[in-house]
Design a protein around this ligand. Structure first.
Ligand code: MSP
Length: 520
Protein backbone atom coordinates (compact mmCIF):
# COMPACT_ATOMS: atom_id res chain seq x y z
CA UNK A 1 0.00 0.00 0.00
CA UNK A 2 1.49 3.34 -0.96
CA UNK A 3 1.40 6.36 1.29
CA UNK A 4 -1.33 7.89 -0.91
CA UNK A 5 -3.71 5.20 0.20
CA UNK A 6 -4.06 6.54 3.73
CA UNK A 7 -7.66 7.60 3.77
CA UNK A 8 -8.86 8.94 7.07
CA UNK A 9 -8.32 12.57 6.06
CA UNK A 10 -7.19 14.33 2.95
CA UNK A 11 -5.36 17.64 2.53
CA UNK A 12 -4.75 19.16 -0.88
CA UNK A 13 -3.36 22.53 -1.88
CA UNK A 14 -3.25 24.78 -4.93
CA UNK A 15 -0.26 27.05 -5.45
CA UNK A 16 -0.84 30.48 -3.98
CA UNK A 17 -1.29 32.84 -6.87
CA UNK A 18 0.73 35.97 -7.53
CA UNK A 19 -1.32 39.10 -7.24
CA UNK A 20 0.40 40.94 -10.05
CA UNK A 21 -1.84 39.42 -12.65
CA UNK A 22 -5.52 38.91 -13.29
CA UNK A 23 -6.80 35.36 -12.83
CA UNK A 24 -6.51 33.30 -16.01
CA UNK A 25 -7.18 29.77 -17.15
CA UNK A 26 -3.95 28.41 -15.60
CA UNK A 27 -5.08 29.48 -12.14
CA UNK A 28 -8.56 28.09 -12.67
CA UNK A 29 -7.13 24.79 -13.90
CA UNK A 30 -5.06 23.95 -10.81
CA UNK A 31 -7.84 25.03 -8.51
CA UNK A 32 -10.40 22.93 -10.37
CA UNK A 33 -8.25 19.84 -10.23
CA UNK A 34 -7.83 20.27 -6.48
CA UNK A 35 -11.54 20.91 -6.08
CA UNK A 36 -12.41 17.69 -7.88
CA UNK A 37 -10.08 15.72 -5.60
CA UNK A 38 -11.42 17.35 -2.44
CA UNK A 39 -15.00 16.64 -3.52
CA UNK A 40 -14.09 13.10 -4.55
CA UNK A 41 -12.94 12.32 -1.02
CA UNK A 42 -15.73 14.29 0.63
CA UNK A 43 -18.43 12.31 -1.15
CA UNK A 44 -16.64 9.21 0.17
CA UNK A 45 -17.08 10.48 3.70
CA UNK A 46 -13.41 11.39 4.11
CA UNK A 47 -12.64 14.56 5.94
CA UNK A 48 -10.91 16.56 3.24
CA UNK A 49 -9.43 20.02 3.23
CA UNK A 50 -8.65 22.22 0.28
CA UNK A 51 -6.36 25.22 0.65
CA UNK A 52 -5.85 28.01 -1.84
CA UNK A 53 -4.72 31.61 -1.56
CA UNK A 54 -2.48 34.40 -2.79
CA UNK A 55 1.25 35.07 -2.80
CA UNK A 56 1.55 38.76 -2.10
CA UNK A 57 5.10 39.77 -1.27
CA UNK A 58 8.09 40.71 -3.36
CA UNK A 59 9.74 43.46 -5.26
CA UNK A 60 7.41 43.21 -8.21
CA UNK A 61 4.36 43.98 -6.07
CA UNK A 62 6.13 46.77 -4.26
CA UNK A 63 7.11 48.40 -7.56
CA UNK A 64 3.77 47.87 -9.15
CA UNK A 65 2.03 49.54 -6.18
CA UNK A 66 4.50 52.43 -6.27
CA UNK A 67 3.90 53.00 -9.95
CA UNK A 68 0.16 53.22 -9.32
CA UNK A 69 0.57 55.50 -6.34
CA UNK A 70 -0.99 52.86 -4.13
CA UNK A 71 0.27 51.14 -1.00
CA UNK A 72 1.26 47.50 -1.57
CA UNK A 73 -1.38 46.52 0.98
CA UNK A 74 -4.16 48.28 -0.94
CA UNK A 75 -3.01 46.69 -4.18
CA UNK A 76 -2.81 43.20 -2.75
CA UNK A 77 -6.18 43.52 -0.98
CA UNK A 78 -7.80 44.44 -4.26
CA UNK A 79 -6.19 41.77 -6.41
CA UNK A 80 -6.34 38.99 -3.86
CA UNK A 81 -10.10 39.47 -3.89
CA UNK A 82 -10.16 38.64 -7.61
CA UNK A 83 -8.74 35.22 -6.84
CA UNK A 84 -11.26 34.63 -4.09
CA UNK A 85 -14.01 35.61 -6.51
CA UNK A 86 -12.59 33.33 -9.18
CA UNK A 87 -12.72 30.37 -6.81
CA UNK A 88 -16.38 31.18 -6.14
CA UNK A 89 -17.16 31.53 -9.85
CA UNK A 90 -15.51 28.17 -10.56
CA UNK A 91 -17.37 26.48 -7.70
CA UNK A 92 -14.08 25.63 -6.02
CA UNK A 93 -14.98 24.41 -2.56
CA UNK A 94 -11.98 25.68 -0.66
CA UNK A 95 -11.87 25.35 3.11
CA UNK A 96 -9.34 28.09 3.63
CA UNK A 97 -7.90 30.96 1.63
CA UNK A 98 -4.53 32.13 2.85
CA UNK A 99 -2.86 35.41 2.06
CA UNK A 100 0.84 35.72 2.77
CA UNK A 101 0.25 39.22 4.10
CA UNK A 102 -1.92 37.90 6.93
CA UNK A 103 -0.55 37.98 10.46
CA UNK A 104 -1.19 34.27 10.97
CA UNK A 105 1.10 33.51 8.04
CA UNK A 106 3.84 35.97 8.93
CA UNK A 107 4.01 34.72 12.50
CA UNK A 108 4.43 31.06 11.54
CA UNK A 109 6.85 31.99 8.82
CA UNK A 110 9.07 33.75 11.32
CA UNK A 111 8.88 30.83 13.75
CA UNK A 112 9.89 28.43 11.02
CA UNK A 113 12.74 30.68 10.05
CA UNK A 114 13.96 30.52 13.66
CA UNK A 115 13.75 26.73 13.60
CA UNK A 116 15.85 26.56 10.46
CA UNK A 117 18.27 29.09 11.92
CA UNK A 118 18.58 27.24 15.23
CA UNK A 119 19.44 24.08 13.33
CA UNK A 120 22.33 25.88 11.73
CA UNK A 121 20.76 25.68 8.29
CA UNK A 122 20.57 29.44 7.79
CA UNK A 123 23.69 31.62 7.75
CA UNK A 124 24.54 35.17 6.71
CA UNK A 125 26.59 35.75 3.57
CA UNK A 126 26.79 37.97 0.55
CA UNK A 127 24.95 37.57 -2.69
CA UNK A 128 25.95 39.00 -6.01
CA UNK A 129 24.28 38.11 -9.24
CA UNK A 130 21.89 38.92 -12.06
CA UNK A 131 18.30 39.22 -10.97
CA UNK A 132 15.28 39.15 -13.27
CA UNK A 133 12.80 41.26 -11.36
CA UNK A 134 9.59 40.40 -13.11
CA UNK A 135 10.42 36.67 -12.87
CA UNK A 136 11.50 37.11 -9.24
CA UNK A 137 14.52 34.93 -9.97
CA UNK A 138 18.27 35.06 -10.00
CA UNK A 139 19.63 33.98 -13.33
CA UNK A 140 22.90 32.58 -14.57
CA UNK A 141 25.14 34.71 -16.74
CA UNK A 142 24.72 32.12 -19.50
CA UNK A 143 20.96 32.85 -19.59
CA UNK A 144 21.42 36.51 -20.50
CA UNK A 145 20.45 37.84 -23.90
CA UNK A 146 21.44 41.30 -25.10
CA UNK A 147 18.55 43.38 -26.38
CA UNK A 148 18.57 47.10 -27.23
CA UNK A 149 21.67 47.62 -25.12
CA UNK A 150 20.13 45.91 -22.11
CA UNK A 151 20.23 42.40 -20.78
CA UNK A 152 17.08 40.29 -20.69
CA UNK A 153 16.31 36.61 -20.20
CA UNK A 154 14.31 34.29 -22.48
CA UNK A 155 11.01 35.28 -20.85
CA UNK A 156 11.73 38.88 -21.89
CA UNK A 157 12.29 39.99 -18.29
CA UNK A 158 14.98 42.61 -17.80
CA UNK A 159 17.82 41.76 -15.45
CA UNK A 160 19.82 43.86 -13.08
CA UNK A 161 23.06 43.22 -11.23
CA UNK A 162 22.37 42.92 -7.54
CA UNK A 163 24.87 42.78 -4.71
CA UNK A 164 23.53 42.43 -1.27
CA UNK A 165 24.02 40.93 2.12
CA UNK A 166 21.83 37.88 2.30
CA UNK A 167 20.95 34.98 4.49
CA UNK A 168 21.45 31.59 2.89
CA UNK A 169 19.74 28.28 3.45
CA UNK A 170 22.13 25.32 3.39
CA UNK A 171 20.31 23.56 0.59
CA UNK A 172 23.53 21.80 -0.43
CA UNK A 173 23.42 19.89 2.86
CA UNK A 174 20.16 18.25 1.83
CA UNK A 175 21.12 16.81 -1.51
CA UNK A 176 21.74 13.25 -0.29
CA UNK A 177 18.79 13.23 2.05
CA UNK A 178 16.53 14.40 -0.74
CA UNK A 179 17.82 11.76 -3.14
CA UNK A 180 17.36 9.05 -0.49
CA UNK A 181 13.87 10.31 0.09
CA UNK A 182 12.94 10.21 -3.60
CA UNK A 183 14.33 6.71 -3.86
CA UNK A 184 12.33 5.41 -0.93
CA UNK A 185 9.20 7.32 -2.02
CA UNK A 186 8.79 6.68 -5.72
CA UNK A 187 5.26 8.12 -5.52
CA UNK A 188 6.49 11.47 -4.22
CA UNK A 189 6.45 13.20 -7.59
CA UNK A 190 3.81 12.67 -10.22
CA UNK A 191 3.57 12.07 -13.12
CA UNK A 192 6.45 9.61 -13.35
CA UNK A 193 8.36 11.60 -16.01
CA UNK A 194 8.42 14.54 -13.64
CA UNK A 195 9.84 12.36 -10.89
CA UNK A 196 12.86 11.65 -13.08
CA UNK A 197 13.21 15.35 -13.84
CA UNK A 198 13.33 16.20 -10.13
CA UNK A 199 15.84 13.46 -9.38
CA UNK A 200 18.18 14.67 -12.13
CA UNK A 201 17.80 18.25 -10.99
CA UNK A 202 18.90 17.33 -7.46
CA UNK A 203 21.60 14.94 -8.69
CA UNK A 204 22.96 17.83 -10.73
CA UNK A 205 24.01 19.49 -7.47
CA UNK A 206 22.32 21.94 -5.14
CA UNK A 207 23.82 25.25 -4.16
CA UNK A 208 22.89 27.07 -1.00
CA UNK A 209 19.86 29.24 -1.53
CA UNK A 210 19.73 32.95 -0.90
CA UNK A 211 16.67 33.38 1.34
CA UNK A 212 16.56 37.05 2.25
CA UNK A 213 16.69 40.49 0.62
CA UNK A 214 17.60 43.96 1.76
CA UNK A 215 16.72 45.71 -1.50
CA UNK A 216 13.04 45.97 -0.76
CA UNK A 217 10.81 45.93 2.27
CA UNK A 218 7.54 44.33 1.11
CA UNK A 219 8.00 40.95 2.71
CA UNK A 220 8.09 39.04 5.97
CA UNK A 221 10.80 40.60 8.17
CA UNK A 222 13.63 38.28 9.15
CA UNK A 223 13.42 37.78 12.92
CA UNK A 224 16.17 39.62 14.72
CA UNK A 225 17.46 41.38 11.59
CA UNK A 226 14.70 43.52 10.25
CA UNK A 227 16.72 45.13 7.49
CA UNK A 228 16.09 41.83 5.72
CA UNK A 229 12.86 40.43 4.41
CA UNK A 230 12.44 36.79 3.51
CA UNK A 231 12.94 35.63 -0.03
CA UNK A 232 9.54 35.20 -1.63
CA UNK A 233 9.80 31.45 -2.24
CA UNK A 234 10.56 30.61 1.37
CA UNK A 235 7.73 32.88 2.47
CA UNK A 236 5.36 31.40 -0.13
CA UNK A 237 6.10 27.72 0.41
CA UNK A 238 5.46 28.04 4.11
CA UNK A 239 1.79 28.89 3.40
CA UNK A 240 0.86 25.22 3.23
CA UNK A 241 1.96 24.81 6.85
CA UNK A 242 1.05 28.21 8.24
CA UNK A 243 -2.54 27.93 7.02
CA UNK A 244 -3.05 25.11 9.50
CA UNK A 245 -2.11 27.31 12.43
CA UNK A 246 0.59 26.87 15.01
CA UNK A 247 3.26 24.25 14.43
CA UNK A 248 4.66 24.19 17.93
CA UNK A 249 2.80 23.17 19.99
CA UNK A 250 0.68 21.92 17.09
CA UNK A 251 -2.79 23.31 16.54
CA UNK A 252 -5.65 20.83 16.11
CA UNK A 253 -5.66 21.54 12.37
CA UNK A 254 -1.94 20.93 12.08
CA UNK A 255 -2.19 17.65 13.93
CA UNK A 256 -5.02 16.52 11.78
CA UNK A 257 -3.97 17.58 8.31
CA UNK A 258 -0.20 17.92 8.16
CA UNK A 259 1.46 16.64 6.02
CA UNK A 260 -0.54 17.37 2.88
CA UNK A 261 -1.55 14.55 0.59
CA UNK A 262 -0.93 16.52 -2.58
CA UNK A 263 0.58 19.83 -3.47
CA UNK A 264 -0.73 20.38 -6.98
CA UNK A 265 1.38 22.80 -9.03
CA UNK A 266 2.17 23.73 -12.61
CA UNK A 267 5.28 22.18 -14.14
CA UNK A 268 7.16 25.48 -13.92
CA UNK A 269 7.16 25.44 -10.14
CA UNK A 270 7.73 21.74 -9.59
CA UNK A 271 11.38 22.01 -8.58
CA UNK A 272 10.76 24.42 -5.76
CA UNK A 273 7.96 22.20 -4.48
CA UNK A 274 9.73 18.88 -4.84
CA UNK A 275 13.22 20.19 -4.01
CA UNK A 276 13.22 23.30 -1.80
CA UNK A 277 10.04 22.62 0.15
CA UNK A 278 11.10 19.13 1.34
CA UNK A 279 14.52 20.49 2.31
CA UNK A 280 12.92 23.27 4.38
CA UNK A 281 10.63 20.73 6.02
CA UNK A 282 13.49 18.33 6.74
CA UNK A 283 15.37 21.14 8.38
CA UNK A 284 12.31 22.12 10.44
CA UNK A 285 11.84 18.48 11.36
CA UNK A 286 8.36 18.37 9.89
CA UNK A 287 6.93 15.43 7.95
CA UNK A 288 7.06 15.69 4.17
CA UNK A 289 4.00 15.85 1.92
CA UNK A 290 2.83 12.58 0.45
CA UNK A 291 3.11 13.88 -3.08
CA UNK A 292 3.67 16.76 -5.44
CA UNK A 293 1.77 16.66 -8.72
CA UNK A 294 2.93 18.78 -11.64
CA UNK A 295 0.37 19.52 -14.30
CA UNK A 296 1.05 20.81 -17.78
CA UNK A 297 0.36 24.14 -19.41
CA UNK A 298 -2.45 25.24 -21.67
CA UNK A 299 -1.95 26.97 -24.95
CA UNK A 300 -4.83 28.67 -26.73
CA UNK A 301 -5.76 27.54 -30.23
CA UNK A 302 -2.17 26.39 -30.76
CA UNK A 303 -0.52 29.54 -29.44
CA UNK A 304 1.34 30.28 -26.26
CA UNK A 305 -0.92 32.31 -23.97
CA UNK A 306 0.39 35.81 -23.46
CA UNK A 307 -0.89 39.26 -22.75
CA UNK A 308 1.05 40.54 -25.72
CA UNK A 309 -0.83 38.26 -28.10
CA UNK A 310 -4.06 39.21 -26.38
CA UNK A 311 -5.13 35.57 -26.13
CA UNK A 312 -5.32 35.25 -22.36
CA UNK A 313 -8.21 32.95 -21.53
CA UNK A 314 -10.45 34.46 -18.90
CA UNK A 315 -12.15 31.60 -17.06
CA UNK A 316 -15.14 33.69 -16.04
CA UNK A 317 -15.78 34.73 -19.63
CA UNK A 318 -15.47 31.11 -20.74
CA UNK A 319 -17.93 30.08 -18.06
CA UNK A 320 -20.47 32.62 -19.32
CA UNK A 321 -20.02 31.42 -22.87
CA UNK A 322 -20.06 27.66 -22.40
CA UNK A 323 -21.37 26.99 -18.91
CA UNK A 324 -19.35 26.25 -15.79
CA UNK A 325 -19.69 22.49 -15.70
CA UNK A 326 -19.03 22.28 -19.43
CA UNK A 327 -15.76 24.13 -18.85
CA UNK A 328 -14.83 22.07 -15.77
CA UNK A 329 -15.49 18.87 -17.69
CA UNK A 330 -13.56 19.95 -20.76
CA UNK A 331 -10.46 21.06 -18.86
CA UNK A 332 -10.17 17.80 -16.98
CA UNK A 333 -11.31 15.45 -19.74
CA UNK A 334 -9.56 16.81 -22.79
CA UNK A 335 -5.95 16.49 -21.63
CA UNK A 336 -4.36 13.90 -19.34
CA UNK A 337 -3.51 15.71 -16.14
CA UNK A 338 0.23 16.24 -16.24
CA UNK A 339 0.48 16.88 -19.99
CA UNK A 340 0.33 20.15 -21.85
CA UNK A 341 -2.90 20.87 -23.64
CA UNK A 342 -4.34 23.12 -26.27
CA UNK A 343 -7.56 24.96 -25.56
CA UNK A 344 -9.59 24.71 -28.75
CA UNK A 345 -13.11 26.09 -28.53
CA UNK A 346 -14.37 23.83 -31.28
CA UNK A 347 -13.18 20.82 -29.24
CA UNK A 348 -15.04 22.10 -26.19
CA UNK A 349 -18.25 22.26 -28.19
CA UNK A 350 -17.67 18.83 -29.70
CA UNK A 351 -17.00 17.27 -26.32
CA UNK A 352 -20.00 18.97 -24.84
CA UNK A 353 -22.27 17.74 -27.59
CA UNK A 354 -20.93 14.19 -27.76
CA UNK A 355 -20.19 13.40 -24.11
CA UNK A 356 -22.53 15.63 -22.15
CA UNK A 357 -25.52 16.39 -24.36
CA UNK A 358 -25.65 12.98 -26.10
CA UNK A 359 -24.11 10.22 -24.00
CA UNK A 360 -25.19 11.54 -20.63
CA UNK A 361 -27.93 14.15 -20.95
CA UNK A 362 -29.87 12.61 -23.77
CA UNK A 363 -29.82 9.15 -22.20
CA UNK A 364 -31.19 10.64 -19.02
CA UNK A 365 -33.82 12.68 -20.79
CA UNK A 366 -34.93 9.84 -23.06
CA UNK A 367 -35.26 7.37 -20.20
CA UNK A 368 -37.12 9.77 -17.95
CA UNK A 369 -39.51 10.79 -20.73
CA UNK A 370 -40.29 7.13 -21.42
CA UNK A 371 -40.83 6.49 -17.73
CA UNK A 372 -43.19 9.41 -17.41
CA UNK A 373 -45.07 8.27 -20.52
CA UNK A 374 -45.31 4.58 -19.74
CA UNK A 375 -44.71 4.36 -16.00
CA UNK A 376 -46.31 7.60 -14.71
CA UNK A 377 -42.83 8.82 -13.75
CA UNK A 378 -42.72 6.33 -10.89
CA UNK A 379 -39.42 4.60 -10.18
CA UNK A 380 -39.97 0.83 -10.48
CA UNK A 381 -38.70 -1.64 -7.90
CA UNK A 382 -35.56 -3.29 -9.29
CA UNK A 383 -36.91 -6.81 -8.96
CA UNK A 384 -37.01 -9.66 -11.45
CA UNK A 385 -33.82 -8.62 -13.25
CA UNK A 386 -32.72 -10.87 -16.08
CA UNK A 387 -29.21 -12.31 -16.36
CA UNK A 388 -28.39 -9.72 -19.03
CA UNK A 389 -29.41 -6.86 -16.70
CA UNK A 390 -27.27 -8.27 -13.90
CA UNK A 391 -24.29 -8.67 -16.21
CA UNK A 392 -24.69 -5.09 -17.40
CA UNK A 393 -24.83 -3.76 -13.82
CA UNK A 394 -21.75 -5.80 -12.95
CA UNK A 395 -19.77 -4.33 -15.85
CA UNK A 396 -20.82 -0.87 -14.80
CA UNK A 397 -19.57 -1.60 -11.29
CA UNK A 398 -16.22 -2.78 -12.65
CA UNK A 399 -15.69 0.32 -14.79
CA UNK A 400 -16.58 2.57 -11.87
CA UNK A 401 -14.02 0.76 -9.70
CA UNK A 402 -11.37 1.35 -12.39
CA UNK A 403 -12.21 5.04 -12.30
CA UNK A 404 -11.43 5.05 -8.58
CA UNK A 405 -7.95 3.71 -9.22
CA UNK A 406 -7.37 6.48 -11.76
CA UNK A 407 -8.66 9.15 -9.37
CA UNK A 408 -6.20 8.16 -6.65
CA UNK A 409 -3.45 9.23 -9.06
CA UNK A 410 -5.25 12.36 -10.28
CA UNK A 411 -5.87 10.61 -13.58
CA UNK A 412 -8.97 12.66 -14.31
CA UNK A 413 -9.22 11.94 -18.02
CA UNK A 414 -8.84 8.23 -17.44
CA UNK A 415 -11.36 8.22 -14.60
CA UNK A 416 -13.87 10.05 -16.79
CA UNK A 417 -13.25 7.73 -19.67
CA UNK A 418 -14.00 4.72 -17.41
CA UNK A 419 -17.17 6.41 -16.20
CA UNK A 420 -18.19 7.18 -19.77
CA UNK A 421 -17.81 3.50 -20.63
CA UNK A 422 -20.82 2.97 -18.38
CA UNK A 423 -22.81 5.59 -20.26
CA UNK A 424 -21.86 4.06 -23.61
CA UNK A 425 -22.88 0.61 -22.32
CA UNK A 426 -26.16 2.10 -21.09
CA UNK A 427 -26.83 3.65 -24.49
CA UNK A 428 -26.21 0.30 -26.15
CA UNK A 429 -28.40 -1.41 -23.57
CA UNK A 430 -31.36 0.90 -24.18
CA UNK A 431 -31.01 0.49 -27.96
CA UNK A 432 -30.83 -3.29 -27.68
CA UNK A 433 -33.59 -3.67 -25.12
CA UNK A 434 -35.95 -1.25 -26.89
CA UNK A 435 -38.05 -0.45 -23.81
CA UNK A 436 -40.38 1.77 -25.95
CA UNK A 437 -41.38 -1.40 -27.85
CA UNK A 438 -41.33 -3.79 -24.88
CA UNK A 439 -43.72 -1.63 -22.78
CA UNK A 440 -46.41 -2.23 -25.33
CA UNK A 441 -46.24 -6.01 -24.86
CA UNK A 442 -45.00 -6.30 -21.26
CA UNK A 443 -45.34 -3.06 -19.35
CA UNK A 444 -43.62 -4.35 -16.20
CA UNK A 445 -40.56 -5.54 -18.11
CA UNK A 446 -40.43 -2.37 -20.21
CA UNK A 447 -40.50 -0.15 -17.14
CA UNK A 448 -37.94 -2.36 -15.40
CA UNK A 449 -35.50 -1.77 -18.28
CA UNK A 450 -35.95 1.96 -17.72
CA UNK A 451 -35.37 1.41 -13.99
CA UNK A 452 -32.07 -0.35 -14.68
CA UNK A 453 -30.87 2.57 -16.81
CA UNK A 454 -31.91 5.10 -14.19
CA UNK A 455 -30.03 3.08 -11.60
CA UNK A 456 -26.89 3.21 -13.76
CA UNK A 457 -27.38 6.95 -14.22
CA UNK A 458 -27.66 7.35 -10.45
CA UNK A 459 -24.39 5.53 -9.85
CA UNK A 460 -22.62 7.30 -12.67
CA UNK A 461 -23.82 10.67 -11.38
CA UNK A 462 -22.28 10.02 -7.98
CA UNK A 463 -18.94 9.44 -9.73
CA UNK A 464 -19.28 12.44 -12.02
CA UNK A 465 -20.42 14.71 -9.18
CA UNK A 466 -16.93 15.90 -8.12
CA UNK A 467 -16.35 17.14 -11.68
CA UNK A 468 -19.73 18.76 -12.33
CA UNK A 469 -21.44 19.16 -8.97
CA UNK A 470 -24.23 21.51 -10.08
CA UNK A 471 -25.29 19.49 -13.12
CA UNK A 472 -25.08 16.20 -11.26
CA UNK A 473 -27.19 17.61 -8.47
CA UNK A 474 -29.80 18.51 -11.08
CA UNK A 475 -29.66 15.00 -12.51
CA UNK A 476 -29.85 13.45 -9.05
CA UNK A 477 -32.93 15.61 -8.39
CA UNK A 478 -34.52 14.26 -11.57
CA UNK A 479 -33.62 10.72 -10.54
CA UNK A 480 -35.31 11.15 -7.16
CA UNK A 481 -32.11 10.76 -5.13
CA UNK A 482 -32.48 12.42 -1.73
CA UNK A 483 -29.77 14.80 -0.52
CA UNK A 484 -28.76 12.32 2.20
CA UNK A 485 -28.03 9.70 -0.44
CA UNK A 486 -25.67 11.79 -2.55
CA UNK A 487 -22.60 10.06 -1.18
CA UNK A 488 -20.72 6.88 -1.87
CA UNK A 489 -22.04 5.20 1.23
CA UNK A 490 -25.39 5.05 -0.59
CA UNK A 491 -23.91 3.65 -3.80
CA UNK A 492 -25.61 0.31 -3.33
CA UNK A 493 -28.91 1.89 -2.37
CA UNK A 494 -31.14 2.35 -5.43
CA UNK A 495 -33.97 4.87 -5.36
CA UNK A 496 -36.91 3.19 -3.63
CA UNK A 497 -39.48 1.63 -5.95
CA UNK A 498 -42.62 3.75 -5.95
CA UNK A 499 -40.77 7.09 -5.76
CA UNK A 500 -42.51 9.71 -7.87
CA UNK A 501 -39.92 11.46 -10.05
CA UNK A 502 -40.20 15.13 -11.06
CA UNK A 503 -40.95 16.04 -14.70
CA UNK A 504 -37.88 15.48 -16.93
CA UNK A 505 -35.74 18.47 -17.90
CA UNK A 506 -32.76 18.90 -20.20
CA UNK A 507 -29.56 19.33 -18.18
CA UNK A 508 -26.91 19.57 -20.89
CA UNK A 509 -28.03 21.64 -23.88
CA UNK A 510 -26.17 21.26 -27.14
CA UNK A 511 -23.72 24.02 -27.98
CA UNK A 512 -23.40 25.47 -31.46
CA UNK A 513 -20.08 27.18 -31.70
CA UNK A 514 -21.19 29.69 -34.29
CA UNK A 515 -23.99 30.85 -31.99
CA UNK A 516 -21.79 31.41 -28.97
CA UNK A 517 -21.10 35.02 -28.30
CA UNK A 518 -18.06 36.36 -26.59
CA UNK A 519 -19.38 37.12 -23.11
CA UNK A 520 -17.66 40.47 -22.67
N1 MSP B 1 3.14 32.36 -6.55
C1 MSP B 1 3.72 31.27 -7.25
C2 MSP B 1 3.38 29.95 -6.58
C3 MSP B 1 3.76 29.85 -5.14
S1 MSP B 1 3.22 28.36 -4.43
C4 MSP B 1 3.95 28.30 -2.95
C5 MSP B 1 3.22 31.23 -8.70
N2 MSP B 1 2.10 31.91 -8.95
S2 MSP B 1 1.45 32.10 -10.40
O1 MSP B 1 0.27 32.87 -10.17
O2 MSP B 1 2.39 32.65 -11.31
O3 MSP B 1 1.13 30.72 -11.01
C6 MSP B 1 0.19 29.88 -10.44
C7 MSP B 1 -0.01 28.64 -11.22
O4 MSP B 1 -0.58 28.91 -12.51
C8 MSP B 1 1.26 27.84 -11.46
O5 MSP B 1 1.05 26.52 -10.99
C9 MSP B 1 1.41 27.85 -12.96
O6 MSP B 1 1.95 26.67 -13.45
C10 MSP B 1 -0.02 27.99 -13.42
N3 MSP B 1 -0.12 28.46 -14.79
C11 MSP B 1 0.22 29.67 -15.30
N4 MSP B 1 -0.03 29.66 -16.64
C12 MSP B 1 -0.52 28.47 -17.02
C13 MSP B 1 -1.03 27.92 -18.22
N5 MSP B 1 -0.99 28.57 -19.38
N6 MSP B 1 -1.57 26.67 -18.16
C14 MSP B 1 -1.68 25.97 -16.99
N7 MSP B 1 -1.22 26.46 -15.86
C15 MSP B 1 -0.50 27.65 -15.86
O7 MSP B 1 3.85 30.61 -9.51
Amino acid sequence: MSSHDRKERFYITTPIYYVNDLPHIGHAYTSLACDVMARYYRIRGIDSRLLTGTDEHGLKIQRSAESRGETPQALTDRISDNFRLLAGEMNVSYDDFIRTTEERHKEECQKLWCRLYDRGDIYKGKYAGWYATSDEAYVEESELIEKDGKYVVASGAEVEWVEEESYFFRLSRFQDRLLDYYKSHPDFVYPKSRYNEVVSFVEGGLEDLSVSRTTFSWGVPVPGDESHVMYVWLDALVNYVSALGRVDPPSALHEKYWPADWHVVGKDILRVHAGYLPAFLMSADLPLPRGVFAHGWWTSEGQKISKRLGNVLDPVKLKRMYGLDQLRYFLLREVPFGRDGDFVRRRLCERNNADLANDYGNLCQRTLVLLSRYGEGIMPRLEGLLAGDEAFLLKVGEALKCSEVAMERLGFDEALSEIWKCLRMANIYIDNEEPWRVVKEDRVRGVLILGVILEVLRRVSLYVWPFMPDSCDKILDLLGVGLEDRRMESLEKPVAGGTQLPPPEIVFPRLREEEIEDGT
